[in-house]
Write a protein that binds this ligand. Structure first.
Ligand SMILES: C[S@@+](CC[C@H](N)C(=O)[O-])C[C@H]1O[C@@H](n2cnc3c(N)ncnc32)[C@H](O)[C@@H]1O
Length: 217
């Protein structure tokens, strides 16, 4: 089991002056996550550090705007997950998985290709006192999945085929996204639109704060 200090060591191998700090999400105060310190020197990283970040994307040190909006949506509307077996795809820090567990899901599985994201999701689940099963391989998950929840994975166009894989695997899919304009992928339809921000704040442009939630069923 990877512990928080190992995650911090990894982070500092990439950005030496950075650290992980326990952060309460402004729009979901019920959730605390270990995230990049809010006062990290975003604009004054030396070129070598920038290159290391490019080579080792640290998605899991942020709670992305779409993740925070989907977590807030589940906490406000727990009937989407209550008593259900839920899969968080591309879990990163685990924010949406943690929200599903807090909202009363019977079982939560979190999946990510990045081993450090999987470790971070495990640490953050424990921090919030919930149980989340962490897996590397979507295809290896057995049994019924009632709902797949996804936040901010469509920044990578290579992930678009997953939209169909999700609907074949579960009766319902909820996707939160702010990256794709003119999202038109039936049977997905927009059910919610809300402004959100990444934590710590990346100062993203207004378009990337404009989060939509799409449902397929
Ligand atoms: C921008 S982060 C979003 C994390 C989290 N859902 C949130 O909203 O804060 C995207 C995450 O998806 C994961 N990811 C991207 N493509 C993936 C794939 N094909 N399979 C599994 N995980 C993937 C990345 O490793 C990363 O952790």
């Amino acid at each position: 089991m990877i512990e928080a200090h190992s995650l911090q060591e990894h982070l500092q191998g990439i950005i030496p002056c950075a650290r992980l700090e326990e952060t309460r999400l402004p729009e979901c105060p019920a959730i605390r996550l270990l995230l990049l310190n809010a006062d990290y020197p975003q604009h004054s990283l030396e070129p070598q550090a920038v290159q290391r970040v490019m080579d080792n994307p640290l998605y899991w040190v942020f709670c992305w705007a779409s993740g925070q909006v989907l977590a807030q949506f589940l906490l406000r509307n727990p009937h989407w997950v209550a008593g259900k077996r839920v899969l968080d795809f591309g879990c990163g820090s685990g924010v949406v998985a943690v929200a599903a567990a807090l909202a009363g899901a019977a079982e939560v599985v979190a999946c990510d290709i990045d081993p450090l994201a999987r470790a971070a999701a495990g640490v953050n689940a424990r921090l919030n006192g919930v149980t989340v099963q962490i897996v590397a391989d979507f295809a290896a998950i057995e049994g019924q999945i009632d709902l797949i929840i996804v936040a901010d994975v469509l920044y990578d166009r290579a992930n678009f085929p997953w939209l169909q894989r999700f609907t074949r695997r579960a009766g319902r899919v909820l996707i939160a996204d702010s990256r794709v304009k003119d999202f038109h992928h039936p049977p997905y339809r927009q059910i919610e639109r809300r402004s959100g921000s990444t934590v710590p704040d990346l100062d993203e442009s207004a378009e990337f704060r404009d989060v939509r939630i799409y449902l397929a069923e």
